[in-house]
Design a protein around this ligand. Structure first.
Ligand SMILES: Cc1cc2nc3c(=O)[nH]c(=O)nc-3n(C[C@H](O)[C@H](O)[C@H](O)COP(=O)(O)OP(=O)(O)OC[C@H]3O[C@@H](n4cnc5c(N)ncnc54)[C@H](O)[C@@H]3O)c2cc1C
Length: 393
């Protein structure tokens, strides 16, 4: 495997964050951009993502990232080139009763950002989707244009676009060390040679703490598993049906290409915590008890799903930070080293804008979106990111 001996910028990791950062850097004329991926593009959390593309968040930073990314999914061919498999289905988000006032505040916050969202009643949901049981829903948030995209197509498409702008995307090469001297980064080491570079970006997703350790920084990123279950959509349901994040019921679902429905649960025993060293060896066979639990919850919301047979499932690993928000920004005390990692379950839909933000940070030293609340040092400073209207568990 031939790798260059020098670069202006090295990106570690070929998920949505690394590829999008490479694309924006190359598009903005950053010079010689080299992305190193130890397996293949999309091999990490990205390729196994459930691919929901919606903008509802309980904080303005992530809502802004999701909003700024949305056009990339909708107009992928124009902006990136090719097809990312985006399907606009309409999206409903319910919250627990104790979060209803926060829901109202967050929908107002998102409308201020420019997001197409509004509050709807259970009856309105029933009108647009008669197959949904809505008796327990007083109000919910609705986004008429949101839906889902294909994570592999998205990451591959962005990587291809980065290549067209001159970035080098190298697959099958693992970064094994980072060279430092005089308080700044000098390059990276791999098994097939070293690359000298004044800028290195850690976009290694759930592996982000392992890469951080290469420069002596301890990051709190907890890897945890998430299982997706894919069932046949009964013929009596429209396809595509709505995409739903149903916190009343502890689950989400969306249509999947091929007459299928993809669903998942989150929280508690559904997100088994693993160690960073288990990221490459966790059991990938879907767990039956989780499939049953998902099906039960799916049928609670859409009873006709009772007739949908389970087709398949998969388990992915994601990296979660202490406050559930990404780690973004320069490394403290190491000039030229940057982080965009620990996406905490949100990175796919926010990836296009996060890549743009990282490119702005590296090239201009400032960013359009204020990412100071996501700085690496916030936990040591006792200042986790705590949005005003954060939903309570
Ligand atoms: C099952 C599941 C469902 C999800 N559903 C959604 C969803 O519906 N919507 C949403 O927005 N988000 C979702 N997420 C979260 C989202 O997928 C992630 O936040 C996002 O993909 C993270 O992207 P990333 O580029 O940071 O990490 P990754 O995609 O994990 O990429 C990191 C890459 O770095 C590489 N790497 C690691 N170490 C090295 C090294 N030393 N040298 C070279 N390469 C290295 C890895 O091989 C990997 O390919 C889901 C996640 C999972 C697991």
């Amino acid at each position: 495997m031939d790798i260059p001996s020098t670069a202006d910028i090295v990106i570690i990791g070929g998920g949505i964050i690394g590829t999008s950062t490479a694309f924006h850097l190359a598009r903005m004329g950053a010079g010689k951009v080299v992305l190193l991926e130890r397996k293949h593009v999309g091999a990490g959390a990205t390729g196994l993502s459930s691919g929901l593309v919606r903008m509802h968040y309980d904080n303005p930073i992530e809502a802004t990232f999701a909003h700024k990314s949305f056009d990339t999914f909708r107009y992928f061919d124009e902006i990136i080139g090719g097809d990312c498999g985006f399907v606009s289905t309409g999206f409903v988000r319910t919250v627990k009763p104790k979060n209803l006032e926060r829901l109202k505040a967050n929908v107002a916050m998102m409308q201020d950002i420019g997001i197409d969202t509004r509050l709807v009643s259970g009856d309105e949901i029933k009108d647009m989707a008669p197959y949904v049981l809505t008796e327990d829903i007083s109000i919910a948030a609705y986004e008429p244009l949101s839906g889902y995209a294909d994570p592999h197509l998205t990451a591959m498409g962005i990587a291809q676009a980065a290549r067209r702008h001159g970035a080098q995307i190298v697959q099958g090469v693992e970064v094994t060390g980072v060279d430092l001297a005089g308080g700044r980064v000098r390059g990276v080491q791999t098994k097939v040679g070293d690359i000298a570079a004044p800028v290195v970006i850690n976009a290694a997703g759930p592996w982000g703490a392992l890469v951080a350790a290469m420069v002596g920084i301890e990051l709190h990123i907890t890897p945890a598993l998430h299982q997706a279950t894919i069932v046949e959509t009964p013929p009596s349901l429209p396809h595509p049906h709505l995409t739903f994040i149903d916190r009343l019921n502890g689950m989400y679902f969306r249509p999947e290409t091929g007459g299928l429905t993809l669903a998942g649960t989150s929280g508690g025993e559904h997100n088994k915590v693993i160690t960073a060293s288990e990221l490459d060896s966790y059991g990938e066979t879907p767990m039956l008890q989780i499939q049953f639990s998902v099906l039960e919850r799916l049928c609670n919301r859409v009873p006709v799903m009772e007739t949908g047979a389970v087709r398949k499932g998969h388990i992915g690993a994601e990296g979660y930070t202490l406050d559930g928000h990404a780690l973004m920004g320069p490394a403290p005390g190491i000039e030229g080293f940057y982080f965009a990692t620990g996406m905490s379950g949100h990175g796919f839909k926010e990836g296009p804008a996060i890549g743009q933000t990282m490119a702005e940070l590296v090239l201009n030293g400032h960013t359009e979106v204020d990412i100071a609340p996501l700085r690496i040092t916030r936990f040591d400073e006792g200042q986790p990111y705590q949005p005003v209207h954060a939903y309570q568990k």
